[in-house]
Design a protein around this ligand. Structure first.
Ligand code: ADP
Ligand code: TRP
Length: 352
C-alpha cells in the first residue's frame, strides 16, 4: 500500500499558529529558515563615504530582501575608546540620525542601541568563558591599536567577544561588513562552533559578507578612508567641509593637460562609486584625454552633492525625540528575540 505524504514548506517567520492547525495532520513539515541579516555600527565620529559604501548601503539593501534585519548602534563597543559622557550621548544619537537619513526604515528593520538590550553583555560573559586567549590575541584590529600606541584596556581586548554576542543573540545568517571587520565575524563563527560543540546546537553559524567591489573605499590621501586617519569625506554636516576634503584629495604630479590614469587616481576611484557603469566609463575617457585634476575634483564635488542631496535634507529634518521613540521601539522588539535566545543558552550551559 502506498502511503500519501504531503510536503508543506513553510517559511519559519510565517509559520503561524493558524497554519500549524491547518496542517496538523500533514505527515511532514519542512521548515525553511527565514534569512536574518544583522549589522551594527560604532557611533564614534561623523559618518563618511567609506562607512556608506562599505556598510550602510549593503545593509540597507537587505531591508528589501531579507526576512528580518537587525541594525544597531554599538554604544558599548564605543566605551572602549570614548570616555566622555557628553560625547558618547551625542554621538550615539547622531549615528541614529545618520542611519535614518540614509534610508534605514524602522518599518523594515529593527534599530536600537546595543546598551538597551542587556542580553548582549550577559551572553558576552558566557561566550568569553569558551573563547581561547589565543583567538583574541590574533585580532588584527587589537594588534593594530597596540602597535599605534593607543591606550588599551580589557574591553578593547574583549571587543570581538561582545561582537560575537551581538551576532549570535539574533541567529544572524549574514553579517555584511567592510573588509576590516571580516576577521571579527570569523571569530564569532569560531566561538559559535565551540559553543555548539560543547553544549549542543544553539547558535546559527553566521557568514560574513564583504562586497568586493566596494571593499575598501580610499580616503583623500589614498589610504583606506577612516576616521582614525583623518582622510574622510563626510556625508552630512557642513557643505564647505565636504568641498575642502574633496579639493584636498591627493593626485600625482601630472601636468594640467597630460593624460591621466583613472585606475590609479583616487579622485576617480571615489567618483566612480557615485556613477553608473556607463557614466564611469565616460568619465574614465575624460581622464585619459587630459581632464585637469582641479576640474576632476569640481566634478566630484558636484556629483557628491547631487548623490547625497536628498539624504542631507532629510538629515536636517530628523528631531532627537523622533530618534528616541524609534530606537526604544526597536529595543523592545530586539529584547524579545534576545531574551528567548538567552533562555536557550542558559538552559544549555546549566544556569537554569
Ligand atoms: P573607521 O575606519 O572610519 O573608524 P569604522 O571602523 O567605524 O570606520 O567602520 C564602520 C563600518 O564601515 C565597518 O563595517 C567598516 O568595515 C566600514 N568601513 C569603514 N571604512 C571603510 C572604507 N574605507 N571602505 C569600506 N568600508 C569601510
Ligand atoms: N566592530 C564593528 C565596527 O567597528 C561594529 C560591530 C559591533 C558590529 N558589533 C557588530 C558589526 C556586529 C557587525 C555585527 O564596524
Amino acid at each position: 500500500m502506498c502511503e500519501e505524504i504531503t510536503f508543506v514548506v513553510v517559511v519559519e517567520t510565517r509559520y503561524s499558529a493558524s497554519l500549524q492547525k491547518r496542517f496538523a495532520n500533514v505527515a511532514y513539515v519542512a521548515t525553511i529558515k527565514a534569512m536574518k541579516v544583522l549589522s551594527a555600527m560604532q557611533p564614534s565620529g561623523t559618518l563618511h563615504l567609506g562607512n556608506y559604501f562599505g556598510s550602510m548601503l549593503p545593509n540597507r539593501e537587505y531591508q528589501e530582501t531579507a526576512d528580518q534585519v537587525f541594525y544597531f548602534i554599538v554604544d558599548l563597543h564605543a566605551l572602549t575608546t570614548v570616555h566622555d559622557p557628553e560625547v558618547l550621548r551625542k554621538s550615539r544619537t547622531d549615528a541614529a540620525r545618520d542611519y535614518l537619513a540614509a534610508g534605514f526604515d524602522p518599518e523594515k528593520s529593527i534599530m536600537f542601541f546595543q546598551s538597551s538590550v542587556p542580553q548582549h553583555t550577559e551572553l558576552q560573559w558566557i561566550l568569553s568563558t569558551l573563547t581561547p586567549m589565543g583567538l583574541l590575541e590574533r585580532s588584527v584590529s587589537y594588534k593594530d591599536k597596540v602597535q599605534k600606541g593607543l591606550d588599551t584596556n580589557a574591553g578593547l581586548f574583549m571587543y570581538p567577544v561582545l561582537m560575537a554576542a551581538d551576532i549570535l543573540l539574533y541567529d544572524a545568517d549574514k553579517v555584511p561588513v567592510g573588509k576590516d571587520q571580516k576577521q571579527h565575524v570569523e571569530m564569532a563563527r569560531d566561538i559559535a562552533q565551540k559553543f555548539n560543540n560543547a553544549y549542543g546546537d544553539t547558535f546559527v553559524i553566521p557568514e560574513p559578507e564583504v562586497r568586493e567591489n566596494v571593499a575598501v573605499v580610499p580616503g583623500t590621501d589614498g589610504q583606506k578612508m577612516s576616521k582614525s586617519y583623518g582622510n574622510t569625506i563626510p556625508l552630512f554636516g557642513d557643505e564647505k567641509a565636504i568641498q575642502k576634503a574633496i579639493m584636498g584629495t591627493v593626485t600625482d604630479s601630472k601636468d594640467k593637460d597630460d593624460p591621466k590614469d583613472p585606475d590609479s587616481c583616487v579622485i576617480y576611484q571615489i567618483h566612480k562609486l557615485l556613477l553608473s557603469e556607463g557614466d564611469a566609463a565616460t568619465l574614465a575617457d575624460e581622464y585619459k584625454n587630459g581632464l585637469p585634476y582641479g576640474d576632476a575634483k569640481k566634478k566630484l564635488f558636484e556629483a557628491y552633492m547631487d548623490y547625497f542631496g536628498e539624504m542631507r535634507k532629510k538629515h536636517e529634518s530628523i528631531k532627537d525625540d523622533y530618534i528616541a521613540t524609534i530606537l526604544e521601539e526597536g529595543a523592545v522588539k530586539a529584547q524579545k528575540v534576545a531574551q528567548a535566545k538567552m533562555e536557550a543558552v542558559k538552559k544549555a550551559v546549566g544556569l537554569v
